[in-house]
Design a protein around this ligand. Sequence first.
Ligand code: MN
Length: 227
Amino acid sequence: MKYVINTQPIVCLPVDGTDAKFPVRRIYCIGRNYAAHAIEMGHDPDREEPFFFQKNPNNLEFSGKFPYPAKSNDVHHEAELLVALKTGGTDIPVNKALDHVFGYGLALDMTRRDLQNIQKKMGRPWEVGKAFEKSAPCGPVHPVSAVGHLDHGHLELKVNGVVRQEADLNQMIWKVPEMISYLSEYYELAPGDVILSGTPSGVAAVEKGDVMVLTIDGLGSLEVKVV
Ligand code: MN
């Protein structure tokens, strides 16, 4: 194949325990998936329909560094469980959804909150607040064959050693199988699709020099420095 411009590499997640990589196709992110976070953002925590936005595969960042982005003075951390799909399809039933999961990982949905809040007020898409360069620091994928399925487990984010976010994965309003099933009604899911499963309460601003450490039981920890 000849291309008329330079091609970009396929973005891949490292996979724990192997040199082989997980190639990423799409990144779906759910909003307001923990009740206490919905409340802190000014919303009713009742089980409203889930909603999703997307980040781009090349927003993923594996260096352990998060460059403070341009055009914002209020950049927030959102600590999340990453779900990596090995297969896809449409209209996937909830009770078959976990068959499509390759593995799980740790991710930060970094957010230009000031820009997102402007877009919310204006009824505009969130892209400038969410899908910017290096906005999704993450760690390796841990295969289900090694860690099993994670329907519960402690999630914690510390910034400079102080706990900012803490929850159990079982507090998700929409569980992983439900998210996969719901998404598959609206999209054709495919191998390489990734879901960021929402953040608990405690989202807050970071500054240059801050060190964020995200830990989820069974998945180790991810350390990211704001630079
Ligand atoms: Mn999020």
